[in-house]
Design a protein around this ligand. Structure first.
Ligand code: SF4
Length: 231
């Protein structure tokens, strides 16, 4: 059996065994199973997942998709994460082309004309290239994020990227999530407090009015809801 087949079997078994696991249990299992061979993804909206992960692995690798289109506050949050959790290693996954090179080849503002292609070049491919170096990744996806995420399991096999995917806080409600931030004084992107409730690249992220779906601020008016990272 290949290593990939081994990990796929492992993920299928763990999906059942850890179906009711707490975030701490899921992360402990991840660290015990994969050692250094996993990475935690963060969009630098907050450091909840990083805080939880450093409790089981203080020197955990953290994946940040450096698309070249982030708000300065998001870059500042990334740098603050490094200061607050000095052991973590932040891996900045970049596209093959700079924004200027992309503009030269495809024309400026590809995100306005073809956001799927822009996300593919600046997120999906860099993610795939980075994940190819690991056997597992950990994400902060939650079931309440969007209807498309309602059935997110705690452990699964990520067929698209060919590795195990762990979603330790998948079952967390907004109250649990916000409670963790306030109880533990967790770092948050300052944009959250002024109404940016789902933060991505600056050109594709809008403020969300009180009571609206947080992800409605992503690619507003373009009929797109996901980057293609978690499909
Ligand atoms: S979120 Fe917008 S700017 Fe960022 S990669 Fe996707 S389309 Fe491009």
């Amino acid at each position: 059996m290949t290593a990939t087949a081994d990990y796929k079997t492992l993920a299928e078994r763990a999906s059942k065994e850890l179906a009711e696991a707490t975030a701490a249990e899921a992360l402990r299992w991840t660290a015990d199973t994969f050692g250094d061979d996993f990475i935690v993804a963060s969009n630098m909206q907050d450091a909840v997942l990083i805080d939880l992960a450093t409790q089981v692995k203080p020197d955990v690798d953290v994946l940040f998709l450096q698309t070249g289109y982030h708000f300065p506050e998001t870059i500042g949050t990334r740098d603050a994460v490094q200061a607050v959790y000095p052991g973590v290693r932040i891996v900045n996954a970049e596209a093959e082309q700079s924004v200027a090179e992309q503009d030269a080849e495809y024309g400026p503002k590809l995100h306005e004309r073809d956001p799927n292609q822009c996300c593919h070049l600046r997120k999906v491919v860099p993610l795939r290239n980075t994940l190819a170096k690991y056997s597992a990744w950990v994400t902060g996806v939650r079931r309440v994020d969007a209807p498309t995420r309602a059935n997110t399991p705690i452990v699964t096999w990520d067929d698209r990227n060919g590795l195990v995917k762990i979603n330790p806080i998948a079952p967390w409600s907004d109250d649990e999530f916000n409670g963790y931030i306030s109880e533990h004084g967790i770092l948050e992107n300052p944009l959250v407090s002024i109404g940016y409730l789902s933060i991505g690249c600056a050109p594709c992220t809008a403020k969300v009015a009180p009571g609206q779906d947080p992800r409605s601020g992503r690619w507003a008016g373009q009929g797109k809801t996901e980057c293609g990272l978690h499909g």
